[in-house]
Ligand binder design. Structure first.
Ligand SMILES: [Zn+2]
Length: 731
């Protein structure tokens, strides 16, 4: 499992060397620019060209009933430059000759897929074909019972939503042979630019004869029936499944390329992000809308996660126009502010929009002009939206291992909540930041960042710890929280933190919590009488609330002591609510200043508690800790009202600052009812070294604002941001 940090990760499939050639600034040289080449110069093929995707997923009775010309006209109006169109799998929308490939019962002699492909080509669009292999009809089961997935009770798996269908096994001959043949036929007949496979990776565990036999051959074991990823058999199963899907991806890709060398297999959802980083030329994030309490920035978060493995390679952001709740109203339409905000979050974070619509026959048409307005804006400003180099100086680690193998230190603790809290705190602090992936901690990927944040990155391998140690030795700073590196890459607890030497503390062996009514004492330096910079903005109080869980740790050396523990005391009856221990010397933040590098470690769940209760004091402490660790000004400083997602990018001859306005009473529970503009926002932008601003525009307002340049900082006032404003600076 330990990743090989030195290997070239995506040589051939990724479009050749150069996919990750960066001209990113080395540590301590903020925003240095040009070197030989430009990121992405090595990208070949058509993949990087499309900027606006459209997807039409036909339903079985569409042929003969829907109007292809209506859709082609719409694609033209929205200035879509690539399309994903239904071709086959569960239903074939062309006259297939593959036995058991079910032609739509409404197909007759028609070829709606072929007609749409020809129409899109006439518009100059790229076209990929959509297949969905996850289910099949009774005649398929009758002919090949072994193609159908088997439940843990040994029964063939009937489709959960449509009992006329059977769920197929993703890891057996249905996918490896039948779907391979289907895809070969589609690429051969229509010369499409790729195949996009929806639900290609299976629908839960399968206990069919092929899975049993193949897993036993690979591992010597029976298929596991436990779900705990730390169980050795389950872990082997997960690895086998990932390897099998990777093999399937490679087989499909080889088949497709043998027919059309410029085409690719594009899975909807890779086996894991690391594999996408190794294999993919292009990827699409299938995160169509928010649901429940999903914050709107979730779309930007997903974009950043994909970029952490894809780098400069293109990432599309699939969005739907309907509600994405568990009840799956697939023909529904959301409010325009909701759709605009979701797409803006993707665009501001480097994704290219991909609208998806099911059914060629429309019932509720309100979304058509909404998406048209979004896409028209996007097309008009396209040259500023090829977001080529993020200029963020802070990065948040994304650990897939931790998500898989670390269940939390106790009931109620989940590493994912630490990440969400940290994400929200960075957003509130208006810190532009990127995400980096645990499998790619190489200097070319991480040295552009001054600060690496490890938000309860619990499960880290020795090699990953070594890569982080080397980053610090090269001048990088860290902000780490809670159980970071206390577990290995398989979720096994270490005797001490893997990064104990960097954090400057050792694990004391005990985890406290959930704690009731515990506090933190904010203390001045006894020598100077002054408070540390991490307490900026908290001058008016001697204490703030503590978190809910804490690790007992032992310092390995001398530390400042700005924050100390006030232990839990009774919260009832009210007569008893007074501290039993007024003061301890147990530090609750550990700050190491190593000169070029700074390390801040918080042994309690500041980020997780922030996500749960959103205490403004915790947000401030996190912001201060990141600012102290960075020890340099932000690349963009935004002053003004509201909650804004701030991203900053460099293009070849320009730079952009995106401001996405998240200020809304429906921010944490949608959909939005209206747009609530915020402003004015005063934006100070550090220009890349050696550049001057030649022209400044606000792309949404359509104005050229006043801009003052002094000391390499351009100051622009944005009068108002409705959903999304972009400050575009020609350099
Ligand atoms: Zn199976």
């Amino acid at each position: 499992m330990a990743p090989d940090l030195t290997r070239r990760h995506f040589l051939e499939l990724a479009g050749g060397a150069g996919a990750f050639v960066t001209l990113r600034p080395p540590l301590d040289v903020p925003q240095a620019t040009t070197a030989a080449g430009w990121p992405g110069d090595g990208l070949t093929g058509w993949f990087d060209k499309p900027m606006r995707w459209v997807q039409l997923t036909l339903v079985e009775n569409d042929p003969g009933q829907f109007d292809p010309q209506f859709w082609l006209d719409y694609f033209r109006r929205v200035r879509g430059d690539a399309a994903c169109l239904s071709a086959g799998g569960i239903v074939a929308y062309y006259p297939t000759d593959v036995p058991l490939h079910h032609r739509s019962a409404w197909l007759g002699k028609s070829d709606p897929f072929g007609a749409l492909v020809a129409g899109c080509r006439a518009l100059g669009m790229h076209v990929i074909a959509r297949v969905d292999p996850h289910a099949a009809r009774e005649e398929v089961r009758a002919a090949h019972p072994d193609w159908i997935a088997v439940t843990r009770n040994g029964e063939p798996y009937r489709h959960w939503a449509n009992p006329d269908l059977w769920v197929t096994c993703a890891l057996g001959p249905y996918n490896f042979e039948f779907m391979d043949q289907v895809q070969r036929e589609i690429v051969t007949r229509y010369k499409v630019d790729g195949i996009f496979a929806n639900r290609w990776a299976g629908s839960g565990d399968c206990y069919c004869v092929h899975c049993q036999r193949n897993f036993k051959a690979a591992s010597g074991l029976e298929l596991p029936r436990v779900t705990d990823a730390r169980d050795p058999a389950r872990r082997q199963f997960l690895e086998w499944r990932r390897d099998r899907l990777t093999e399937l991806w490679k087989r499909y890709d080889a088949t497709i390329r043998a027919v059309n060398p410029d085409a690719r297999f594009i899975p909807n959802g890779p086996p894991d992000l690391k594999t996408a980083g190794e294999l993919a030329t292009i990827q699409f994030s299938d995160h169509q809308a928010r649901r429940g309490a999903t914050p709107p920035w979730s779309n930007g978060h997903r974009a950043k996660q994909y970029r952490s493995v894809m780098g400069r390679r293109p990432i599309g952001g699939i969005f739907s126009v309907g509600l994405e709740e568990p009840y799956r109203w697939k023909d529904s339409v959301q409010s325009e502010p909701e759709i605009r905000l979701w797409v803006a979050e993707g665009t501001a974070n480097g994704q290219r929009p991909w609208v998806t619509k099911f059914s060629g026959v429309l019932y509720d048409r309100r979304w058509l002009p909404m998406v048209e307005r979004i896409y028209q804006w996007h097309a008009t400003h396209e040259r500023y939206l090829r977001n080529e180099v993020p200029l963020a100086r802070v990065a948040l680690l994304h650990s897939e291992q931790t998500a898989t193998f670390h269940p939390g230190v106790a009931a109620g603790d989940r590493a994912g909540d630490h990440v969400l809290g940290m994400y929200h705190a960075l957003l509130e602090a208006r810190v532009p930041f990127e995400v980096v992936h645990e499998a790619f901690l190489t200097p070319d990927r991480i040295d552009q960042f001054k600060v690496l944040i490890l938000a309860d990155a619990a499960a880290l391998s020795d090699a990953q710890c070594a890569a982080i140690r080397a980053y610090v030795e090269r001048g990088g700073s860290l902000v780490a929280t809670f159980a970071t590196s206390l577990y290995d890459e398989l979720g096994v607890r270490r005797a001490d933190f893997g990064l104990a030497d960097l954090l400057g503390v050792s694990f004391g062996g005990k985890i406290d919590g959930p704690m009731q009514n515990s506090y933190l004492s904010l203390d001045a330096d006894p020598a100077t009488g002054k408070r540390h910079a991490v307490l900026d903005g908290l001058d008016d109080t001697p204490r703030i609330i503590n978190g809910v869980f804490r690790l007992q740790v032992t310092p390995r050396g001398a530390f400042p002591s700005p924050v100390t523990l006030i232990p839990t005391y009774p919260d009832l009856p009210m007569e008893d609510v007074y501290p039993r221990v007024a003061k301890t010397d147990s530090r609750e933040i550990y700050l190491r200043d190593l000169g070029r590098s700074r390390i801040a470690y918080v042994p309690w769940d500041i980020d997780r508690t922030f996500w749960e209760v959103m205490s403004v004091d915790h947000g401030r402490l996190l912001r201060n800790a990141v600012a102290w660790a960075a020890n340099e000004p932000l690349p963009v400083q935004v002053t003004g009202p509201g909650l804004l997602d701030v991203t900053v990018w460099r293009q070849r001859e320009s730079m952009t600052v995106h401001l996405v306005n998240l200020t809304n009473p429906m921010m944490m529970r949608g959909p939005l009812r209206e747009v609530i503009p915020v402003g004015p926002e005063r934006v100070g932008i550090r220009l890349p070294a050696g550049t001057r601003a030649k022209k400044v525009q606000l792309l949404t307002a359509g104005t050229s604002p006043r801009a003052d340049e002094a000391g390499g900082v351009l100051t622009v006032t944005v009068p108002s941001v409705d959903v999304h404003e972009v400050i575009a600076i020609d350099l």
